[in-house]
Write a protein that binds this ligand. Structure first.
Ligand code: SF4
Length: 266
């Protein structure tokens, strides 16, 4: 996933997974003097939740001597996430959960911020649990080609897309939590107020129930995804990637999803 002289941006939300990743990469980086680390936190503008996480992320970065950048929805999109959700909820045709919007907006924010600091790679703390949940969600949404795109190391498919890596993709969430507790890492425990509405919760419960009965099943699912992905990639590669006519960010459509959300809201 890494080269010895990479500048690596780490997406740090302040939760246990991202703060553990920050610690682990900081430790590894000490052996590679030409490598550089920088943390990026997305401030969505979620009242009573993100403020605390921002403080925790900043505190961890300061302790490890890692530069910390904050990118906010307000500065990037003109609205906080709370304001966006209030507007979107007024639309009669809105059937998506807040996380479905937030995921799209966060992805763009992280890419823009990583590009701005000239990072070679963007590391996210997606765990084995996240990967298997995302796989199941893509099936439930009928969006199977996303399985090809959301892989542990993305291809350099567009010069404006910073390569994404997921160093924890084979690490169960319980282990990152254990690491954080054992190391005494400070992280945010409070859940996001919008999280309970997400379909991801049902996917999580379903997978945890099966894993309890059949230990190791999440690894089996992960390996199965790896095996079917090449076939899906062949189909997905035909989609092509252009630039959004509105903001210029990479997209497979004429208007990228974030600009579609803005239009829908306005
Ligand atoms: Fe965004 Fe959903 Fe995560 Fe909250 S739980 S920060 S709304 S993706």
């Amino acid at each position: 996933m890494f080269k010895f002289d990479d500048k690596i941006a780490i997406a740090v939300s302040g939760g246990k997974d991202s703060v553990s990743l920050l610690r682990v990469l900081a430790k590894i980086e000490q052996k590679y003097p030409k490598a550089q680390l920088a943390a990026i936190t997305v401030d969505e503008g979620i009242r009573g939740y993100r403020d605390e996480a921002l403080e925790i992320a900043a505190e961890n970065c300061k302790m490890l001597g890692i530069e910390h950048h904050v990118v906010s929805f307000k500065e990037l999109y003109g609205y906080t996430f709370d304001q966006m959700i209030r507007r979107l909820k007024q639309k009669a045709d809105d059937r998506l959960t807040p996380c479905a919007y937030c995921g799209v907006l966060r992805r763009k924010a992280l890419n823009v911020a990583s590009r701005k600091i000239k990072a070679d790679k963007l590391a996210t703390a997606h765990t084995l649990d996240d990967e298997t949940q995302t796989f199941l969600l893509n099936i439930l949404h009928g969006d199977v080609l996303r399985i090809a795109k959301e892989k542990p190391v993305t291809d350099g498919v567009h010069p404006k897309l910073v390569k994404r890596i997921k160093p924890f993709c084979e690490i169960p969430e319980k282990e990152t939590a254990l690491y954080a507790y054992v190391k005494g890492v400070k992280f945010q425990g409070k859940p996001c107020p919008y999280a309970s509405e997400a379909l991801r919760n049902d996917a999580r419960m379903m997978l945890n129930m099966v894993e309890d009965k059949h230990p190791g099943i999440k690894f089996t699912i992960f390996k199965s995804i790896e095996r079917i992905r090449p076939a899906l990639e062949e189909v997905a590669s035909k989609e092509g990637l252009g630039e959004c006519v509105e903001c210029g960010e990479p997209t497979t459509e004429r208007l990228c999803r974030t600009c579609q959300i803005r239009q829908q809201m306005e």
